[in-house]
Design a protein around this ligand. Structure first.
Ligand code: SF4
Ligand code: SF4
Length: 341
């Protein structure tokens, strides 16, 4: 009997403020395994897990579940463990955020009022759900737990404390995405322990550009908080725990050598050792196959890599779903990613 299954279905669950799903495929929305209007109930997660198990069994027995038809992101995986434990948990059940990045909601690019609408959307308490997953032995050791917001430093304190404790007690690896605007003592505590990453996307080296990208006045606070977090990692030196800074290139907004230079200077001053480069995804979707539009993006990417790839302290890599495509911009000179996970 084949044990082939969809990797996302098997390994991953994402909690959003209004839904539970295994992947970002449009195909899943047209079919059953998309728990819409989810409000955080145990009944809802139970129902989701029942359908998930049914779909996994369909894959394993060679009968494809309905979501497979028309799916463009399917990836194959072996269903090895018997009770289909999770290796990735995406927690995005709250969308509140004090930042207002122009790329946060790509379809509303340029709509600065969108964030205040999002900040009013309802959410739910994730603690009982985490307990349910734990009690049913669904979490694999070293499961990656992604806190990808809204903004995890702005979750209710009690909930954030519980989530972090839950993840660390199950030996999960935390990946915490933050704007860096608010310093969280709880997040700093996790940076004393092995296998945890804090990722902050700054996207600018100067205050002027930061305010264009983030649409908030918090440039000095963000760099101050980055330094504080890095100070903790350097003091405790926990294995595989670090702060990663990200630069999302947004054409016509932060795609200049001057901006990249200023960012690298701030990275060095903060003592950061990990940098990730990405390009704004709506721009990629529109321009991926129009090579004439790539000239400047390619120039900036090459500048970052020329400056940092052989740096003795700072490691550089790409990030995001178009990571492999972005590598094609530097593949003649650089081939092996410097950051392993
Ligand atoms: S087959 Fe496609 S739609 Fe179904 S769970 Fe996998 S990635 Fe999602
Ligand atoms: S920090 Fe994240 S959640 Fe907040 S506005 Fe920016 S992209 Fe959106």
């Amino acid at each position: 009997m084949t044990k082939e299954c969809c990797r996302f279905l098997l390994n991953q669950i994402a909690f959003y403020h209004d839904a539970i799903r295994p992947c970002c495929s449009f195909s899943i929305e047209k079919n059953n395994l998309f728990s819409k209007n989810y409000t955080g109930t145990i009944e809802g997660i139970k129902k989701y897990l029942e359908v998930r198990e049914d779909y996994i069994n369909k894959f394993i027995t060679g009968e494809k579940p309905p979501c497979y038809n028309g799916c463009t992101i399917y990836e194959n995986s072996e269903a090895e463990n018997e009770n289909f434990k999770l290796t990735t948990l995406i927690i995005s059940h709250r969308i509140y955020c004090s930042c207002n990045c122009i790329y946060c909601e790509p379809s509303s690019y340029g709509d600065s009022q969108r964030r205040s609408y999002l900040n009013k959307q309802s959410s739910y308490d994730i603690m009982p759900i985490l307990d349910y997953l734990k009690d049913n032995d669904l979490i694999e050791e070293n499961c990656r737990v992604l806190l990808c917001g809204g903004e995890c430093s702005e979750y209710p304190k009690k909930e954030l404390a519980y989530m972090l404790y839950w993840a660390l007690s199950l030996k999960c690896e935390l990946l915490m995405l933050s704007s860096g605007i608010k310093y969280s003592e709880l997040i700093a505590q996790t940076l004393k322990v092995r296998n945890n990453i804090l990722k902050i996307s700054v996207d600018a080296g100067t205050k002027e550009t930061f305010e264009k990208v983030k649409r908030v006045k918090a440039y000095d606070d963000v760099w101050k908080n980055i330094k504080k977090y890095i100070k903790v990692t350097k003091k405790y030196k926990a294995d595989n725990t670090y702060v990663e800074l990200k630069y999302i290139i947004i054409p016509n907004i932060n795609d200049t050598i001057k901006e990249a230079q200023a960012f690298i200077k701030k990275v060095r001053q903060a003592g950061c050792e990990y940098v990730r480069i990405d390009v704004e995804h709506e721009w990629i979707d529109k321009n991926k196959y129009d090579t004439q539009k790539h000239t400047n993006v390619k120039k900036i990417i090459n500048y970052f890599f020329d400056e940092l790839y052989n740096d003795k302290i700072i490691k550089i890599d790409f990030e995001g779903v178009e990571k492999d495509w972005l590598w094609s911009f530097v593949k003649d000179k650089y081939t092996i990613p410097r950051i392993s996970r």
